[in-house]
Ligand binder design. Structure first.
Ligand code: COA
Length: 170
């Protein structure tokens, strides 16, 4: 294992191969290089990597869109959608995903004016659900058959408030 120190920085074009490697190693939802680069070009401030000993060990990428609020009835909102997040198994449970999510949420507000953050997670993915619980996300609905293998997803959402520090872990 590497050192426990890590830093979070913006994704750069030369990180693409490593990020795709982490994605295919950790998740069944995989994407083309075009997909990653499109998100990078449109939302560079919310595509982040975590680096340990000069090697990327985790990433998060979000897309920010204007749409109906998931928290307030009949109102428009700017939603930051966490498209994908993963941390290499060897580097889990040392706060990397938490740091990636905090930075992504902060940048979603600061650079794109997002007011809510949401994501989908497999109902069986307990580590991820616990991570989002800890980050004060709430389950807003169950999406039946959301994944390719027929598994359901929980949609999870939290408000993002400008000028208010992101709630830290308790
Ligand atoms: N079991 C139970 N809870 C877990 C957990 C596990 N294996 N891993 C993380 N958590 C929860 C805990 O509440 C933890 O807080 P704690 O350490 O104080 O108990 C909290 O999440 C934060 O953990 P953190 O160290 O920041 O997360 P991580 O860097 O290990 O990354 C994932 C978490 C989910 C991103 C990682 O397990 C992963 O990459 N999984 C595969 C890809 C994936 O499922 N992505 C999410 C798709 S929606």
């Amino acid at each position: 294992m590497g050192s426990t120190d890590f830093r979070v920085r913006l994704f750069r074009q030369e990180d693409l191969d490593r990020v795709m490697e982490i994605n295919v190693t950790c998740l069944p939802e995989n994407y083309s290089s075009f997909f990653y680069m499109d998100i990078y070009h449109r939302f560079p401030q919310t595509f982040l990597v975590a680096v340990v000993d000069e090697v990327i060990q985790g990433y998060v990428m979000c897309r920010v869109e204007r749409a109906m609020s998931k928290l307030k009835k009949l109102s428009l909102a700017k939603l930051s959608h966490v498209v994908s997040i993963a941390v290499m198994k060897s580097h889990r449970q040392r706060g990397i995903a938490t740091a990636l999510m905090h930075q992504a949420m902060e940048n979603s507000v600061k650079y794109y004016g997002a007011t809510e953050c949401f994501l989908e997670v497999r109902v069986s993915n307990i580590p991820a659900i616990k991570l989002y619980d800890k980050l004060h996300f709430i389950q807003t609905k169950r999406i039946y058959g959301y994944y390719m293998n027929g598994e359901d997803a929980f949609e999870m959402v939290r408000p993002l408030n400008e000028g208010e520090p992101m709630k830290q872990d308790e």
